[in-house]
Design a protein around this ligand. Structure first.
Ligand SMILES: NC(=O)c1ccc[n+]([C@@H]2O[C@H](COP(=O)([O-])OP(=O)(O)OC[C@H]3O[C@@H](n4cnc5c(N)ncnc54)[C@H](OP(=O)(O)O)[C@@H]3O)[C@@H](O)[C@H]2O)c1
Length: 243
């Protein structure tokens, strides 16, 4: 392995947009670690990419289980000594049409546990390794549904999509992007939110009209931003999104 080879970790990479982002990053010549909570699914996904001659490896990572964050960070420290790219992709959407006035505390908490609290815990566990990269990049996979500006715009294409738990968890994740980017503003690390757009995956019963290739492209772009690229911002494949 070349010492200069970049190392990327993508969470929730066993399927969907995360799997495709892992593939796109590996196609850039990056060593990609596919984080997955289920070893069988994760190993299978990594083997599929290796079958395409890509440098891809499974790493056990459950967003909800801090012990797996620590164990994975230790493995990466020992094997690579750094992490260049962290893609916080793993996410859940549990809302099933509940009115915001009636949504349960349980659904809200479960959603936030993964999409917000767990994602922050993962980032905190890997940040010391990202600081060892000379060009660290953190991509928080948000959603256009996390934009308060778009949620308030009756002319927005998805104005009627108001699942409170999911949307609010992504708004909170966007706050993490802005505030972590501020903490790291005097470092080489760039932190951005990505909106893949409405993409056909298990998350939405494959109703999305974008392919995973299209959905993952903004994640890949933000993961390999050049030194003069943005930080503390929010993008889809058309450009900057309003918070
Ligand atoms: N699809 C869209 O239209 C769309 C639009 C905007 C944003 N997004 C965001 O894109 C990201 C990827 O979503 P997707 O559409 O690709 O959905 P998906 O196909 O359902 O994939 C979600 C991934 O997250 C993993 N995951 C969930 N909870 C986890 C946990 N506790 N620990 C580790 N991994 C966990 C899943 O693992 P398992 O296989 O083990 O469940 C799976 O690998 C999410 O953050 C989502 O909010 C999606």
């Amino acid at each position: 392995m070349s010492e200069n080879k970049k190392i990327a970790l993508v969470t929730g990479a066993n399927k969907g947009i995360g799997f495709e982002a892992a593939r796109q990053l590996a196609k850039q010549g990056i060593t990609v670690l596919l984080g997955a909570r289920n070893a069988e699914r994760g190993e299978e996904a990594a083997a599929k990419l290796r079958g395409e001659n890509l440098d891809a490896h499974f790493i056990h990572l459950d967003i909800q289980d801090a012990a797996t964050h620590q164990a994975a960070a230790q493995v990466i420290e020992e094997k690579f000594g750094k992490l260049d790219i962290l893609v916080n992709n793993a996410g859940i959407a549990l809302d099933a049409g509940e009115k915001p006035s009636e949504v349960s505390q349980d659904l809200l908490r479960k959603t936030f546990d993964t999409n917000f609290f767990g994602t922050i815990a993962v980032t905190q566990a890997f940040l010391p390794l990202v600081k060892k990269s000379n060009a660290g990049r953190i991509v928080n996979v948000s959603s256009g549904l996390g934009s308060l500006t778009q949620n308030s715009d009756p002319n927005w294409e998805f104005y009627e999509a108001k699942p409170l738990a999911y949307n609010a968890s992504k708004t909170a994740l966007n706050a993490f992007t802005v505030i972590l980017a501020h903490e790291l503003k005097d470092t080489a690390i760039k932190v951005n939110s990505a909106d893949p757009g409405f993409t056909a995956t298990d998350l939405n019963g494959h109703q999305g009209y974008k392919t995973v290739e299209q959905g993952a492209s903004i994640i890949t772009d933000l993961a390999i931003l050049p030194a003069n690229g943005a930080t503390g911002s929010y993008f889809d494949d058309q450009g900057v999104l309003p918070w």
